[in-house]
Design a protein around this ligand. Structure first.
Ligand code: COA
Length: 388
């Protein structure tokens, strides 16, 4: 297997973007990444694009072909594949792109992710998202994603004494980081009191404990490490790209205080990259709800199981903390156009490792990690990226 590098990144602003269509978002992110990599369209060998439920959100399937057309690459007839793994669609698309380059099958691969969620009304978005849970045994009986993560939050609070204030501190931190990110959906700073006073969505999760409904797209260009320097002075090596699975349903799991698929992916990723959790300088984790970030930093081994709330309270994951987490604002504040999220996380880690993250730059960041989850943990993808 060959070593693989990210040689270009690009993304749109995330938010409620009514003035741009799905195809315009895909084109914008893709063109930005291609220009960033300094490649010609003719050099692209393949395309993978993450999209969770384009058919139900905007009535558009067959997104692989659409992406080729909007990029003007139709005469090349390159393979272009849409990848679906719920909210981990972007992360799994990255994994597919990585495998394609690592295997030697292709040299230059563009990975994208996109979703346009705000064209449907709120209740319909919740119902579409619930199709990533077990429709027959969870969603049919009224379970929604806020509801499923609320169960995990209740269990974590009961077992480890995690508090509502500690959950709220995740949102406060990520909104602060989002205020430093021009592409974030929410740039307003909030307080713990704001979170606790916001409407209850699914006890104990308030509105400000939830990631929003968002539109947006992100892209990255991959190449074999050995030729990456031809394109950029700052190639970022993908030291590990690991995908793992678990039960689709939450009730099918052996434990509720962790996402075993994420733990498994993280363990294999650390082995592959030959690093320990403490070596990670910056991480983007899947904070679809505040409890999800607390569970993620435990699953990734940044802190012991059960200590995620306390660690957040003590500032371990703050921008100036020991392991800054979700410097982009995370799903919570940057936004969560589900198919795009995994690729947007890679965008942030690459910016950080290149030293181009502006006001939210983490000093001397050399190793970054991205953790992307589908559903309540049925899919997890962990990428470790490194400055070379
Ligand atoms: N964080 C911060 N602010 C939010 C927000 C969020 N998650 N969701 C909505 N808002 C803001 C809106 O911008 C709006 O502000 P304004 O009045 O200043 O314009 C206000 O809150 C009301 O917005 P609205 O769209 O009416 O909210 P809603 O009640 O329809 O939806 C949620 C709120 C939390 C239910 C919705 O964002 C949601 O379902 N989130 C979870 C998404 C999800 O499950 N993703 C998959 C994860 S696995």
């Amino acid at each position: 297997m060959r070593d693989v590098a990210v040689i270009g990144i690009g993304m749109t602003e995330f938010g409620e973007i009514w003035e741009k269509s799905f195809r315009e978002l895909v084109a914008e992110a893709g063109i930005k990444a291609i220009m960033d990599a300094g490649i010609e369209g003719e050099e692209i060998d393949a395309l993978y694009i993450g999209g969770m439920s384009t058919g139900r959100f905007i009535g558009q399937e067959h997104v692989g072909s659409l992406a080729v057309e909007v990029a003007g690459l139709e005469d090349l007839h390159i393979p272009s594949t849409r990848v679906e793994a719920a909210c981990a669609s972007g992360g799994v698309a990255m994994h597919q792109g990585y495998l394609a380059v690592a295997s030697g099958m292709y040299d230059i691969v563009v990975v994208g992710g996109a979703e346009k969620m705000t064209d449907v009304v709120g209740g319909e978005a919740t119902n579409i998202l619930a199709s990533a849970a077990d429709r027959e045994w969870e969603a049919f009986f009224g379970a929604t994603f806020p509801g499923l993560y609320a169960l995990m939050a209740k269990y974590h609070m009961h077992k480890y004494g995690t508090t509502q204030e500690q959950l709220a501190m995740v949102a406060v931190k990520n909104h602060y980081n989002g205020s430093l990110n021009p592409k974030a959906q929410f740039k307003r700073r909030i307080s713990v009191e704001d979170v606790l006073k916001s409407p209850m969505v699914a006890d104990p999760l308030h509105l400000l404990d939830c990631s929003p409904i968002s539109d947006g797209a992100a892209a990255a260009v991959l190449a074999p490490l050995e030729i990456a320097k031809k394109y950029t002075d700052k190639p970022i090596k993908i030291s590990a790209s690991i995908q793992a699975t678990d039960t689709l349903s939450l009730h099918g799991r052996k434990r509720f205080d962790a996402l075993p698929a994420a733990q498994h992916a993280a363990k294999l990723a650390y082995e592959k990259a030959d690093i320990k959790p403490k070596d990670v300088d910056v991480a983007e984790v899947h904070d679809c709800f505040t409890i999800a970030e607390i569970i993620a930093i435990e699953d990734l081994g940044f802190v012991e199981k059960g200590k995620g709330g306390k660690a957040t309270e003590e500032g371990l994951t703050a921008l100036d903390g020991e392991i800054p987490v979700n410097t982009s604002g995370g799903l919570k504040a940057k936004g969560h156009p589900v198919g795009a999220t995994g690729v947007a996380q890679i965008n942030e880690i690459v910016l950080q490792l290149r030293g181009e993250a502006g006001e939210r730059q983490v000093k001397e960041a050399e190793i970054g990690l991205a953790h992307n989850v589908g559903g309540s943990g049925g899919t997890a993808v962990v990428h470790i990226l490194e400055v070379i």
